[in-house]
Design a protein around this ligand. Structure first.
Ligand code: SF4
Length: 274
């Protein structure tokens, strides 16, 4: 069996620390397969992550990598991209990292259309940092900070990214591996802010608290509730309720990327890159 993806991992850092049955490894593998598919290399691609379970991925990936501070992956990545626009910059983040402490960086990265591919591993909870409710914990679901169920309404991160100005927005799940890889590939091709929400099963912090069963059952839940966007768009409004959710590309449009706009300013100011 061809296992070309293994070349993209630091074998001396494995095995990983994720819990048995966690979906993070599936998404990490989908990212490297998308990188390979798009013909990008380990030398021209930088992986930047924040803090949390998913953000540990940067330590396992054999690229130039930056494991940064909680919520701050997008500003670090913006700096990398502006310093060397030739680089492909991928951000790995979690729902807590990206939409809570990093929420402002997220919306302003979208607004500026910074040429980054941001993959949000959405496990619906803070995992590593203690099982607290995140801004993407569904209403009524339990967490250590919501023992009777969260009263908050969750963010729809895809809608938020699109409204804030991201030029490519997509969602998939750890069950739909081929589809997920294609969604990430589309983001890598887009010249501008690309946002991909990758739903992952977290059997330890989220699944156990919410009695969702073992990892296989959690993946079956994704299989049974995800609806391809084309089919979703044809559903009557009344059937878009409950636990069903759409997957696919929600937004794809042209827009001036931030590094291109910034180059123009350098030119007007009479400067030149060394
Ligand atoms: Fe994965 Fe959840 Fe364990 Fe974190 S706590 S490693 S997200 S299963």
């Amino acid at each position: 069996m061809e296992r070309s993806f293994e070349a993209y991992f630091r074998q001396n850092r494995l095995p990983h620390l994720w819990c048995p049955g966690c979906g993070n490894g599936i998404v990490m593998k989908a990212i490297v397969q998308a990188i390979e598919k798009e013909g990008l290399t380990q030398d021209n691609t930088v992986i930047v992550s924040g803090i949390g379970c998913s953000s540990r991925a940067s330590g396992y990936m054999d690229f130039d990598t930056l494991h940064t501070a909680h919520g701050r992956a997008i500003p670090f990545a913006t700096g990398v991209k502006l310093a060397n626009p030739e680089l492909n910059v991928v951000v790995i983040t979690g729902d807590g990292d990206c939409t809570a402490i990093g929420g402002n960086h997220f919306i302003h990265g979208c607004r500026r259309n910074v040429d980054l591919t941001v993959v949000l591993f959405d496990n619906n909870i803070y995992g590593m940092t203690g099982g607290q409710a995140s801004p993407m914990t569904p209403t009524g679901k339990k967490a250590t900070t919501a023992p009777y169920g969260s009263v908050d309404r969750p963010f729809n991160a895809c809608a938020l990214a699109g409204a804030a100005g991201a030029t490519y927005v997509a969602r998939s799940t750890a069950f739909h591996v081929k589809h997920l890889t294609d969604m990430i590939s589309g983001g890598l091709r887009n010249k501008g802010f690309s946002f991909i929400e990758a739903m992952v099963q977290c059997p330890t912090a989220y699944g156990r608290k919410n009695k969702m069963g073992d990892p296989a059952k959690m993946m079956a839940w994704m299989r049974d509730n995800a609806v391809m966007k084309a089919a979703w768009d044809k559903l009557p409004e009344g059937e878009k309720q409950g636990e069903k959710f759409p997957i696919g590309v929600f937004k794809q449009e042209e827009g001036v990327a931030y590094d291109v706009a910034y180059e123009k300013v350098i030119e007007i100011a009479g400067g030149a890159r060394k």
